[in-house]
Design a binder for this molecule. Sequence first.
Ligand SMILES: C[S@@+](CC[C@H](N)C(=O)[O-])C[C@H]1O[C@@H](n2cnc3c(N)ncnc32)[C@H](O)[C@@H]1O
Length: 290
Amino acid sequence: MHERHGERQETGTPPTVARFYDTVRSGALSAAALAHGDADIGQECVLTPDEIFALARRAGITAGTSVLDIGSGTGGPACYLAQQLGCRILGVDISEVGHAQAIARVRDAALSHLVQFQHGDIATLPLQEAAFDVILGLDAWCHIPQLALFLQQCAVLLRPLGRLAFYDHVVCQPMPAEEYEHFCRLWCFPGLETPQSYREALQAAGFRVLSHDVTSAYAVRFYTRLLTLYTERRPEFEAMRGPARYQAGFERIQMSQCLATAGVLGQLACIAEKPEARDRVERCSQERRP
Ligand SMILES: C[S@@+](CC[C@H](N)C(=O)[O-])C[C@H]1O[C@@H](n2cnc3c(N)ncnc32)[C@H](O)[C@@H]1O
């Protein structure tokens, strides 16, 4: 059993996460869109379109690839990748507001022949087994409470030799328990993995890790911009969200920026492959040999 950086937080349950994102998305101003500036494609992860595209290419996504985007948000990356690469994408997200915005986006972009969205918690959505070539995650899986179970589910949904391709927030250096708990509460994270605990969880679920890189650079870039504009445009954000929500958002962004700058908060970029069925059989029979 792998161990996360710290204890599981009760504040990070799926209904709490859904409410959190519904609230963040309910105003007219999108902080993420402003922070991405010219590079905004509707993504809420910390990555530029080029970085999202590069991950997709490394995972082998081309025209006709069947992709499941888990935690697809308002659908920006799914529509962008379908447009650029011609792949078919199903995006799933637990936030009702995010889902409605994703549906509007795909309609406006006339991409419904390639992109579809489903609303719900990935843990309970009935999805077809062995139907996907690639499962994509962009800063979303840190919200999923039981990583081991989640990765087992991914293995069921992928075809043999299918791949996981994801960026996710991780804790790269030890954090005092109180600070860690506070940070997880601010973001509704049930807990955060370390790069090592993530690798162990992937291997325990039977995945072959093909690449595993950790960086804080993208988080520093994004949260620094976000902090600047959240400070500069305080009156607008405060009018939209009210002083208490503005303050909570400010604390969240400031803490993320500090932790990323100190190299404590990082992002894991990973590609992992589900083995062919016979690899598994071989491994099991080797394990049984005396
Ligand atoms: C930071 S946002 C990233 C969204 C998107 N990947 C992007 O880059 O634009 C994380 C998303 O994960 C979704 N999410 C969290 N837990 C989920 C779950 N259990 N099932 C489905 N979606 C989930 C949230 O609703 C949120 O939209």
